[in-house]
Design a protein around this ligand. Structure first.
Ligand SMILES: Cc1cc2nc3c(=O)[nH]c(=O)nc-3n(C[C@H](O)[C@H](O)[C@H](O)COP(=O)(O)OP(=O)(O)OC[C@H]3O[C@@H](n4cnc5c(N)ncnc54)[C@H](O)[C@@H]3O)c2cc1C
Length: 475
């Protein structure tokens, strides 16, 4: 699928543009770039290009255009749908694009290059007394360019939105090497089409994002974290509505976990502590509320918890009394995917439906799963606050996970994705399409939508050289 007219002249010119630190073709040195985060798949590339600035990206992309060479951009390589792994293309890593170009506290904006890691950005913004609210498990590795290219979500979407909601402007190197300077810091700009939106979530198929201007938000004065027992997802959704109303929209995280998932964490993660060991609830909620002021925050929180118990939405719970306790509660949620692994590779689904339909979705999905694999362990957890569930189906105890995947994997996924589509949901809530969901995307979207997607790709990447094989298999 990739075009690789790599000649010795091309290689010589690539080396001249990139310099010794920007060109890797040693197999061992390329290994970390070519293995996916979960270690399940290997990519293949003639070499890794590591440009140090936008000029080098531009010159390198122009060279690739001249020779008809295909390119796969890569950031922190934490993506979960194989979007950043090349299949014979040149891998263009943004690791060396590390500049902080501007911080403007009065405009509440910051401009950084694509290779800045999310945790670094959070720290930089915190020094200004502000918040960069995007937060997810891979924040120590995922880079700004990759997070924008996958329109990342995470645990605070309920209050702050996804990456798309945090981007003001972009700088992009196009497949032919031209630089689009769209680095505006404007909150109002109605001049024609909003081009940056095309590149957000495009998974590297339209151009290379080299820098972004991002929003800074007011930092909360206090965050209160609670661990709440609920009888059902329906009660959780009602609790969310109550919490939003009682706190004036200050709910910043609202994560649902089933008992089986919490039990896995306690069995598998040595230093994890159950926030409420005596409670035997079928479901748990991690609720974080971010208050702009300390005064009155505790009272609001206590009133909310009292009301939720009176309304029989919450049966029991714990309010973290210290940062350490809040950390322990978060640890249960964050280590759940790791703990789940110990029970074998699950058939995973990253799906969303409107929040109000989540309880119905879980019930109907469970029915379908048990018809296909009656003994399966269903671990559905995630970002209930924004309607996104990680609906994972693990093998029954004693069954080999590979055998489980082979016997039931595709049937389970088809049944769950059918249901998602019947409920007007999404088969990719936050991880993207990559190669993993590419063929399914083409089958499930309408003809008119597929035509528009292909037309955009054709207009911006007419030679089909930008991350070919990802998102769309043809144009
Ligand atoms: C433990 C863990 C937890 C996670 N939790 C979440 C979560 O809660 N929410 C969520 O949304 N995601 C989550 N993810 C997925 C992942 O972190 C995101 O997809 C992240 O945005 C990828 O960033 P990256 O820099 O690693 O990009 P990569 O994995 O390197 O690339 C991802 C895609 O973006 C493209 N790309 C990368 N950089 C550029 C660029 N500069 N220009 C153009 N295209 C580019 C690549 O070609 C690829 O298609 C999680 C991943 C892990 C490992």
């Amino acid at each position: 699928m990739s075009q690789n007219n790599i000649t010795s002249k091309f290689l010589q010119r690539a080396k001249e543009i990139l310099g010794p630190a920007g060109f890797i073709d040693d197999i061992a040195d390329m290994d970390s770039y070519l293995s996916d985060w979960r270690g399940r798949m290997k990519g293949d590339a003639p070499f890794v290009a590591r440009p140090a600035n936008v000029e080098q990206v531009s010159q390198f992309m122009a060279l690739c255009s001249e020779y008809g060479v295909s390119v796969t951009p890569q950031g922190g390589n934490t993506g979960l749908v194989m979007g950043g792994l090349p299949d014979g293309e040149v891998l263009l890593s943004t690791k060396r694009l590390r500049g902080v170009r501007n911080v403007d506290p009065l405009n509440d904006s910051v401009t950084v290059e694509a290779g800045i890691i999310l945790a670094e950005l959070q720290e930089l913004v915190a020094k200004e007394g502000r918040l960069f609210p995007l937060s997810l498990g891979a924040e120590g590795e995922a880079q700004i360019g990759g997070l924008i290219s996958t329109n990342a979500g995470g645990v605070a979407v309920v209050k702050y939105g996804m990456m798309r909601d945090l981007v003001l402007g972009l700088e992009v190197v196009m497949p032919d090497g031209r630089v689009w300077d769209g680095l505006t810091a404007l909150r109002k700009d109605n001049t024609a089409y909003d081009l940056k939106q095309l590149f957000i979530g495009a998974e590297g198929t339209l151009g290379v994002i080299t820098a972004a201007t991002l929003k800074m938000l007011p930092a909360p004065a206090v965050k209160m974290v609670s661990w709440l027992c609920v009888e059902s997802p329906a009660k959780a959704v009602e609790l969310l509505a109550m919490a939003k109303a009682e706190t004036g929209g200050a709910v910043s995280s609202f994560e649902l976990m089933p008992k089986i998932g919490v039990d896995f964490v306690m069995e598998q993660i040595p230093d994890a502590r159950n926030p409420h060991p005596d409670a035997k609830s079928p479901w748990y909620i991690l609720m974080e509320i971010s208050f702009p002021r300390e005064e009155g925050a505790r009272e609001v929180m206590e009133t909310l918890l009292e009301k939720s118990m009176e309304a029989e939405l919450v049966t029991d719970g714990v309010l973290a009394e210290s940062e350490a306790q809040a950390f322990e509660i978060w640890k249960v949620r964050e280590t759940l995917p790791l703990a789940e692994k110990a029970f074998g590779k699950a058939v995973k689904h990253d799906v969303s439906v409107p929040v109000s339909l989540l309880p119905e979705f879980i019930e109907r999905a469970n029915e379908r799963v048990y018809k296909i694999a009656p003994q399966a362990n269903i671990i559905s957890f995630g970002h209930v606050g924004d309607g996104n569930m990680h609906y994972n189906v693990a093998p029954p105890e004693g069954m080999n996970d590979v055998q489980f995947g082979e016997n039931f994997g595709s049937e389970l996924t088809e049944a769950i994705h059918d249901l998602v589509c019947e409920m007007n949901g999404s088969i990719s809530a936050e991880h993207g399409i990559g190669t993993m969901k590419r063929d399914e995307l083409a089958e499930r979207v309408s003809d008119v939508e597929l035509d528009m997607l292909r037309a955009i790709k054709k207009a911006l990447d007419p030679d089909y050289r930008m991350n070919p094989g990802k998102v769309l298999s043809e144009i």
